[in-house]
Design a protein around this ligand. Structure first.
Ligand code: BES
Ligand code: MN
Length: 461
């Protein structure tokens, strides 16, 4: 077959079958009982890399990790040619029918041009779009003019601690001229976007304990500070009435939103507002009123309470005065905020406001990543814009995404340029029930990666 674009179009049906095969494997990195599934998927991906003609492929079990990396290399363009590193993650978040799925979360189901399955958008869409783009190049007569490395991570959804250690220990394995981080979402099915920023993250658990064990609330209520109440009192003080975080030092290093950011983000505002109305649909907007929606979602840091637990929550009544309660907290960070420093600010503040009637304690999961902000005028970004324009027939706009892909900041140390290429949609319900993609996004994504490799190889970037 003479050209990769045609090859991809001619093989769409088989590509879709293979994508569904990968979706059936329960690669849940946060649940230890799925370690074998993750390992099976890693072998499956390695076999695919070799089958599509990559020169080398390896499953790498990281020293502390449960879920391996898969690294494939094709270096047929020669030493003088640039190298493109493609990063995606193949692990997924947990999913149960009871969460509200209309079909089995691990059985891909196609309805009205959409494919529903856990991992469909986050991020097996990206794994398969990119592998199938590479396959299309290697199977056609025209060969890529760039060398290609593909690295697939198996523990992105659980914090990426080990891949960053791998990069630090063996930076040569992932060195590249351009690192393409392929994850995330575009704005709308007919409006592609280029993500030029990702937020960082830091996490902690706050444990509050008062009596040494659960008590009868009649015997002891009124004599001891209820840990759920004390926890609520602490949590309620972490934001002011305008939605700003009250932790001293929290905003110290935050880079201000620039006029250029404002101008770029104004273009995405209507899409994000429409998405908010559709997906969020809360009674009213909340948050820092002086910032627009896209600024709040991508350019401002936040402190979020992700979970709270304590006492009796089963059927009926239980007049208990619980011994303990805890909350899980994460902060989304923006450029220049150091995850460790922000964490320390939060801990210090909680310690200073915690009532003396309870004991507080912290647990740290080790999850930490710095935010990234990419140059919208860089060469890689221009090549990516050309790729989206080709695949969608529409020029992309520029967005700062609110999520985190922890490896991105580290990649900036081993690659001359970094670019983020996303093919999913926010309405794809990543992490939620009925996660899905439009099949068209998969096919467009394949064409976009083919084009990106083409443009970078031609040096037209
Ligand atoms: N695909 C997301 C990251 C993302 C979300 C990028 C939205 C752009 C827009 C990724 O799989 C993810 O969920 N990352 C986690 C990282 C965390 C577990 C350290 C996140 O952002 O919560
Ligand atoms: Mn995710």
């Amino acid at each position: 077959m003479s050209n990769p674009y045609q090859y991809a179009k001619a093989n769409q049906g088989r590509f879709l079958d293979e994508y569904q095969e990968l979706l059936r494997i329960r690669t849940i990195s946060t649940q230890p009982q799925h370690a074998d599934d993750v390992a099976r998927a890693a072998e499956w991906l390695k076999a695919m890399m070799l089958r599509i003609g990559m020169h080398r492929a390896e499953v790498i079990l990281l020293p502390e990790g449960r879920c391996p990396l898969v690294l494939g290399e094709w270096d047929g363009a020669g030493e003088a040619a640039p190298t493109v590193l493609i990063y995606c993650h193949y692990d997924v978040q947990p999913a149960e029918v009871a969460d509200g799925w209309d079909s089995d979360p691990f059985e891909p189901t196609i309805r009205d041009g959409r494919l529903y399955c856990r991992g469909a958008v986050d991020s097996k869409l990206h794994v398969m779009s990119n592998l199938k783009a590479v396959e299309s190049w290697l199977a056609s007569d025209a060969k890529p003019k760039v060398n290609i490395k593909v690295v697939l991570e198996g523990e992105e959804e659980s914090g990426s601690e080990n891949i960053n250690a791998f990069i630090a220990a063996q930076p040569d394995r992932l060195t590249a001229d351009i690192a393409m981080i392929s994850d995330g979402a575009i704005l709308a099915p007919d409006q592609p976007s280029l993500t030029y920023g990702l937020r960082g993250i830091t996490a902690l658990e706050l444990h509050v304990q008062a009596p040494i064990s659960d008590l009868h609330s009649g015997h002891w209520g009124g004599s001891v500070h209820n840990p759920i109440q004390a926890l609520s009192e602490i949590l309620a003080q972490l934001h002011d009435e305008n939605g700003a975080v009250t932790v001293p030092g929290f905003y110290d290093d935050v880079v201000a939103v620039t006029a250029k950011d404002r101008a770029l983000l104004e273009q995405v505002e209507p899409y994000l507002q429409a998405e908010w109305d559709d997906v969020v649909s809360a009674p009213a907007l909340w948050g820092e009123a002086e910032y627009s929606l896209p600024e709040r979602l991508g350019a401002r840091p936040t402190l979020e309470i992700n979970g709270i637990h304590g006492g009796y929550t089963g059927d009926g009544m239980k007049t208990v005065l619980p011994a303990r309660a805890f909350a899980k907290i994460t902060c989304r960070l923006v450029p220049r905020q150091d995850p460790a420093r922000v964490l320390q600010c939060v801990v210090d503040h909680i310690e200073s406001i915690a009532p003396k009637t309870v004991n507080v304690d912290f647990k740290f999961g080790g999850m930490g990543a710095e935010a990234v902000l990419l140059d919208v005028d860089g060469l890689a970004m221009k090549s990516a814009a050309e790729a989206y324009t080709y695949a969608w027939g529409i020029e992309p706009v520029f967005e700062r995404a609110g999520g985190s892909v922890p490896i991105t900041f580290e990649c900036m140390k081993v690659a001359k340029e970094v670019v983020i290429m996303s093919y999913g949609l926010k309405s794809g319900r990543a992490h939620g029930p009925n996660e899905n993609i439009y099949l068209q996004n998969f096919y467009n994504g394949i064409q976009a990666t083919i084009k990106f490799i083409d443009v970078v190889g031609e040096g037209r970037s």
